[in-house]
Design a protein around this ligand. Structure first.
Ligand SMILES: Cc1ncc(C[n+]2csc(CCOP(=O)(O)OP(=O)(O)O)c2C)c(N)n1
Ligand code: SF4
Length: 351
């Protein structure tokens, strides 16, 4: 489908960030998704977050699989690198790219079908490897692109547009990530930009795998009465567990007025993430507490949002694999290939 292209003219008075770019410089192609699709609101939040973070678009790589959600990467930061992998294979393609060039910023955008059905094994191993990336799941509980089949995140007993009831136990990406040892786990709602933007900024600054599950309603196939992934359901059942402020390194860090129930996490670049627990006694550094709280919300039919767990001391894939600091992509051939003598010596150890 063709669509009109966006004007490239910039208003001279448009506000610039620290690297001299306006918000329009973080946009991409015109969206071809249905009007009202939650995924377009996620795109707007991504544009805002990366602009505020002063991320140089040419130093980022946008990775995705297949689905309406995976088309999101075309709609922001058109000057970044990009790779649409096969359906469900984005996590391992990103792990490979990250192994070759650790200096790029990796942003993976996926759907619940892409991540939790066909790509579940791939997602699980990217979490275990703690690949340094922001991984956004645009979660609508259906296969949007292929016209509304239930996906693995559809709630038990929820209804399709045609009235069919889902009888399979859902996979909750947040519980999955917590179980597999993810070092940053958050959930948000596409209709809540003020919550989503600071979460995306904190996730982006996290060193390691940062999973952000965004409930993003599909207006064409899953926004009806009986759906647990509709705008109306989310507005009634969202429970903000942790409110997030993100304070970048360069800004003056002021002591906030209230310390109550606040956890401050210093990111590896010196920025601060401030987490205000709105659920009494909630500690976002406790994996067990996060798990119990999210499950308790599910039992009550509620959706816990916010940064639910953060571990800033986790070792990322490069730490575990003890890779060299220079990206493999920049190493000269002589260093990448030590020659046949070294290879023969290595092979001797296996005789
Ligand atoms: C190997 C393979 N199997 C199936 C498909 C068909 N297919 C394309 S997108 C898709 C589902 C996308 O659903 P989801 O990831 O939830 O994204 P959404 O469209 O809802 O945003 C499927 C089954 C495919 N392209 N490749
Ligand atoms: S089919 Fe659903 S997920 Fe796909 S663009 Fe339309 S509203 Fe969005």
């Amino acid at each position: 489908m063709s669509s009109i292209s966006k004007p490239s003219v910039r208003h001279p008075s448009a506000q610039k960030n620290q690297i001299g770019l306006s918000k329009a410089d973080y946009e991409g192609a015109m969206s071809t998704l249905c009007a009202g699709c939650g995924h377009d609101s996620v795109t707007a939040a991504l544009v805002q977050a990366f602009w505020e973070l002063d991320l140089p678009p040419h130093r980022a790589a946008k990775m995705s699989g297949i689905g309406c959600s995976s088309k999101t990467t075309a709609y922001f930061m058109k000057q970044s690198h990009g790779f649409n992998a096969v359906h469900g294979r984005m996590p391992s393609v990103t792990a490979g790219a990250n192994a070759a060039n650790r200096e790029l910023t990796y942003i993976g955008i996926s759907g619940d079908g892409d991540s939790l059905n066909i790509g579940l094994g791939q997602l699980a191993h990217a979490i275990r490897r703690n690949v340094n990336m922001l991984y956004v799941i645009e979660n609508n509980g259906v296969y949007g692109l292929t016209k509304g089949q239930f996906s693995a995140s559809a709630d038990l007993g929820s209804m399709s547009r045609k009235g069919e009831v889902n009888e399979q136990t859902p996979i909750d990406p947040v519980l999955l990530a917590l179980t597999l040892g993810a070092t940053f786990v958050a959930r948000s709602f596409s209709g809540d930009k003020s919550q989503l933007v600071p979460i995306l900024k904190a996730a982006m600054t996290h060193r390691g795998f940062a999973l952000v599950d965004v409930i993003s309603p599909c207006v064409s196939f899953n926004d009806h009465e009986g759906s647990a992934k509709s705008y109306a359901y989310m507005r009634r059942h969202e429970v903000e567990t942790v409110m997030t402020d993100f304070v970048p390194l360069r800004r003056e860090i002021k002591v906030p007025e209230t310390h109550e129930e606040m956890t401050v996490v210093r990111m590896h670049d010196g920025s601060e993430v401030r987490l205000h627990a709105t659920a009494p006694g909630y500690n976002p550094r406790s994996r067990d507490m996060a798990y119990r709280h999210v499950q308790a919300c599910i039992r009550k039919g509620e959706v816990a949002t916010g940064i639910l767990f953060i571990d800033d001391a986790g070792r990322c894939m490069h730490d575990m694999q003890r890779t060299v600091p220079t990206p493999l992509a920049h190493l000269p051939f002589e260093q990448l290939c030590p020659g046949s003598a070294a290879l023969n010596h290595l092979m001797e150890r296996y005789r």
